[in-house]
Ligand binder design. Sequence first.
Ligand code: PGA
Length: 241
Amino acid sequence: MRIIIAQDYQELSDRASRIIVGLITEKPDAVLGLATGSTPIGLYQKLIEKYREKVLSFEKIKTFNLDEYYGLSPEHPQSYHYFMRKQLFDHVDIKPESINIPRGVGAEPEVLCQEYNEKLKTANIDLQVLGIGNNGHIGFNEPGTPFDRETFVVELAAETREANKRFFSSIDEVPRHAITMGIKNIMEAKKILLLASGVSKAPAIKRLIYGPISEEFPASVLKNHPDVTVILDREAASMIK
Ligand code: PGA
């Protein structure tokens, strides 16, 4: 893993955007794996700026998102479909048919998983953006998830629902299940870019870097991937030497 320590969140977002701009410049029809959550918002803002400056176009870009809450429609303000539209897609020239996110409604969850997994089989993701949960989750692959899992329905860990309740009016409204790419799908991306910001992520980053590879800490699987870049701000890096 290549580790880059940025001074602050702005620099982290800038460094991440430069990696993606470099990729798109080289390969205008690149396939991007995207993530939701607070961490990549600054990256998406930078990409929107670059688009406005005509440095890059999303016209030929395809995207695949990591996950979606089960039971939330694309119009629900806490759905990841909605998040991606507001944070990125509505502001750039990506074609709607090039956007792929697991459906959170419309069929039984197992059917939704199978449908998304089929798409991933031919996706050929060039670069997958990841955040990391305090418990080491990537996507919604919670501790204990087998490394060979493909897209599946996950029961969200109590701490994940707790961490995400800030976006809902109460904990009861936080969905209990999500559809997520499995670790196997994530590991198939050619490159991985993991971002972590803030002191609350410092213990997870310490464990990622110094801990063993174990299903108890899902992000540790990334040590088996040949091309991972981790970008941290100083706070997230505060427990590593
Ligand atoms: P965050 O979420 O970016 O909102 O911290 C990351 C994650 O839980 O994967």
